[in-house]
Write a protein that binds this ligand. Structure first.
Ligand code: 26Q
Length: 796
């Protein structure tokens, strides 16, 4: 939006008052924070609609190739603050709210997070949507409009308790429902052959209805659509039953259909075998593909053009049924022969792999797929046969094995390009899970290292640092993060470093007085703020962090007057509801916190804070206040990580293993500005196969032995709570906590030492920021456009 078209503070104020009266139906003297927030949201939304309609029109007029991002998760967070930033409405909006006597922060904090995702994969999809718009790339995100996003987390007696999330229990001002874009989605039933052609007669069906949210790009010139599907019944009411007096049963069709978009699966690995999950995956995929084909036919009509006009990205295997579904639509609805349909589908489809963990690779039983999607099971067999015949593959390679459909193989075989999400991860994808398919299809696997949007994760969430960057190198970094390199010369400028430290300190004070104060911890803002926030998972090794904390606590007790560096350990994250070991790690962290925070001997030196219900908006408060970023997964297990990038941009130093994108972060910021420890992926694999590795490593580590001993003695709550955790650590330790413990402990003491040299630390922080430009999701999206989608940028 040109500067001259940006509204003034007075114009914004008048629009807010207009919406308060005419949309909310409230006079200012009766308005609640909610009323005001909606009035502000509608005012901002009005400014998005012009660029949005313009973008859709421009793409259609130019007959542009579109990108379609299919994802079961979009972890958006709040929208209002991000839209204000991207439309560049500050400082006018701040002034407008002031004129109205409103506190901007209170208004922004009133918005519930759109938590339609579990973690990294869903947040990546949200960053990608923002970058696609910022780069004016014509794109749609397709997902599910879950009524209940990721569960809310509370702690009771230190243990996680889940309650349903309820974001749609109030009006959602950002969406536009499109009752004209509705598609029928079938399930079950049988397949009949009529004149040599297959006809599927579904046994049940639901309607997928489109709910659109504009996603505004940086500068406010372009907005793409996030199109989320809501499930609705084909018949609203069973009138027969209603008239017979059975009013509850009469509403059954509606209730049944709605379950499809009712709730997000709260598992960040596979919860396999669940029929509802398979139905959700097909619901999203079929609705998206029907919508894509409708738009394509309206604009082009000639199916031969499909791969030139449609690029579909599958966010992991969750929408991998897209291969068979697109073939089905092309064969059964458009009359194409199988081979032609298969070829066209492969010309459109691409697949991103986000994990190597064997338990997270999606597999469905053939009988379940055959029952829920009978026509698709036939087509899966045809794809598999075709591949067997044309690829010369060995017998152990393929999609259907025994009674299981392997969705990774299906996605790979149907994709033009397959990508990993960091350099190391892509190498491992080539060498491990897809080694055979890589040999058969060399060149199909490419790397696209993840990135994050600097608009939300720097400009919006860290105004103190953003202001310093603007003053030092100008504002251009927001659109071109490589410009952060201009900070390098300032890393030796004492004046700049003072301001950098002051910005970080202000964020730490704000965090202490806000989020952390609510927990009863009042940490010293001059202590190291050491942060580990992410899903709780064994491979991410929160256990390593808490064991190190216990060992440190014990050491301080042995020498209370030693030269210790004060630290606040901050944890955040949810465990999947059925993941017992992860839940016992949460319990342990809270138990250890209760003991340590109360200890008069160590209280000024070591504190633990674990705010419940970590989510996107909490990340926006925590990351800018972090000194130290914990990225300590077992090497070879974390595909990329994206939190690691956010911390780096915000001037935290990383303590980490050579895993995922940590490898590239370290290469960019320089080995001397990164606290490395631990086994490499190769060494870790070797160590794991050594019998008795855990016990041997524990016996060799005095600190680790003591930490485990203290837990077993019941120093932190009841020892019985932790017997399985202790037993697994001593006897199995599949993620090598013990093998890496001493190296981690030593690296942490190195952190203590460096932090005491204030100027040295600040210089390292400055260099981390200056060299983080590579980790913008703009760079990632340009990579996908060039190497995978073959789409040029469009100028609006
Ligand atoms: C699958 C089937 C049934 C139910 C749930 C699932 C499911 C849901 C979510 C499986 C996996 C996920 C999420 C995976 C994920 O978040 N992976 C992360 O992706 C990030 C973005 O690429 C990486 O940075 C992380 O390293 C990776 O762990």
């Amino acid at each position: 939006m040109p500067v001259s078209e940006r509204p003034t503070a007075e114009a914004l104020r008048d629009q807010i008052l207009h919406h308060l009266t005419h949309t909310q139906g409230r006079g200012p003297e009766f308005a609640t924070t909610f009323d005001w927030r909606l009035a502000v949201s509608y005012t901002v939304r009005d400014l998005m609609v012009g660029p949005w309609v313009g973008a859709i029109r421009a793409a259609r007029d130019q007959g542009a190739k579109r990108v379609y991002y299919l994802s079961m998760e979009f972890l958006i967070g709040r929208i209002l603050g991000d839209a204000i930033i991207n439309l560049q409405l500050e400082p006018a909006m701040g002034q407008a709210l002031q004129m109205l006597g409103l506190d901007e922060q209170v208004i922004l904090d009133d918005e519930p997070d759109a938590a339609l995702g579990n973690g990294g994969l869903g947040r990546l999809a949200a960053c990608f949507m923002e970058s696609l718009s910022s780069l004016s790339c014509p794109a749609f995100g397709y997902g599910i409009r879950y009524e209940h996003g990721l569960f809310r987390q509370r702690f009771e007696g230190g243990q996680q308790v889940e309650t349903p999330e309820d974001w749609l229990n109030q009006p959602h001002p950002w969406e536009f429902v499109r009752i004209d874009y509705s598609y029928e989605i079938g399930f079950k039933g049988h397949v009949e052959t009529v004149d040599g052609r297959a006809v599927w007669h579904p046994g049940e069906s639901v309607i997928a209805r489109a709910y659109d949210t504009p996603v505004i790009g940086w500068g406010g010139d372009w907005a793409n659509s996030l199109r989320l599907w809501g499930a609705h019944p084909t018949t609203l009411l069973d009138l027969g039953r209603f008239n017979a007096g059975d009013h509850t049963a009469a509403a059954e069709p509606e209730a049944l259909a709605r379950t499809l978009s009712r709730v997000l699966y709260p598992d960040d690995t596979t919860e396999s075998g669940k029929e509802l999950r398979l139905k959700q995956e097909y619901f999203l995929t079929s609705a998206a593909l029907q919508d894509i084909l409708r738009r394509f036919m309206a604009e082009h009509g000639d199916l031969a053009l499909l791969p030139g006009k449609v690029a579909i990205q599958l966010n992991d295997t969750h929408p991998a049924i897209a291969g068979p579904e697109l073939i089905r639509l092309l064969m059964d609805e458009h009359g194409l022969p199988f081979e032609r349909a298969r070829e066209l589908a492969q010309g459109c489809l691409n697949y991103t792999n986000h994990t190597l963990l064997p338990e997270a690779l999606e597999r469905w039983s053939t009988w379940l797929v055959g029952r829920v999607l009978p026509r698709h099971m036939q087509i899966i067999e045809m794809i598999d046969d075709h591949h067997r015949q044309t690829s010369g593959r060995p017998a152990h390679v393929g999609i259907v094995h025994g009674d299981q459909v392997h969705m990774g193989e299906l996605a790979f075989i149907m994709a033009g390009r397959v990508n990993g999400v960091s350099a190391l991860h892509t190498d491992l994808v080539r060498d491990t899970v897809f080694a055979d398919l890589n040999r058969l299809h060399p060149g199909r696997i490419v790397n696209q290292t993840n990135g994050v949007t600097p608009r939300r994760w720097l400009r919006m969430s860290n105004p103190a640092l953003a202001g310093l960057l603007d003053d030092t190198i100008g504002t251009g970094w927001t659109a071109d993060l490589d410009l952060l390199a201009g900070l390098e010369p300032h890393a030796d400028d004492a004046g700049f470093l003072d301001r950098l430290r002051a910005a970080k300190r202000a964020n730490k004070v704000a965090l202490s007085n806000g989020l952390l104060a609510g927990l009863g911890v009042r940490p010293d803002p001059d202590a190291i703020f050491d942060v580990q926030v992410k899903r709780i998972h064994e491979y991410k090794r929160q256990l390593l962090n808490v064991l190190e904390t216990i060992a440190l606590w014990h050491r301080i007790h042995e020498d209370p007057n030693g030269d210790w560096t004060p630290r606040v350990k901050i944890f955040g994250g949810k465990a999947a509801p059925g993941y017992w070991l992860a839940k016992s790690v949460i319990h342990l962290i809270n138990d250890v916190a209760a003991t340590i925070n109360d200890d008069p001997v160590t209280r000024d030196l070591l504190q633990i804070a674990y705010p419940p219900n970590y989510n996107v908006s909490m990340a926006e408060d925590l990351i800018p206040a972090a000194d130290l970023s914990e990225q300590i997964s077992t090497a070879g297990k974390e595909a990329s990580g994206t939190g690691n990038m956010k911390f780096t941009m915000n001037g935290a130093l990383t303590i980490g293993t050579l895993d995922g994108a940590n490898v590239e972060i370290r290469e960019h910021v320089g080995a001397e500005n990164f606290f490395l420890f631990g086994l490499t992926a190769e060494e870790a694999a070797a160590e794991k196969s050594r019998p008795g590795h855990a016990r041997a490593a524990i016996e060799a580590s005095e600190d680790m032995k003591i930490a485990l001993q203290l837990i077993a003695e019941g120093r932190f709550g009841r020892a019985e709570s932790y017997y399985s955790l202790l037993d697994r650590t001593w006897n199995d330790d599949p993620f090598l906590v013990a093998s890496d413990f001493d190296a981690y402990f030593a690296a942490q003491r190195d952190v203590d030492r460096v932090y005491r040299d204030q100027a040295g630390w600040d210089r390292m922080a400055a260099l981390n920021i200056a060299r983080s430009g590579f980790f913008s999701s703009d760079r990632t999206i340009r990579g996908y456009m060039r190497d995978i989608w073959d789409v040029p940028p469009v100028t609006p």
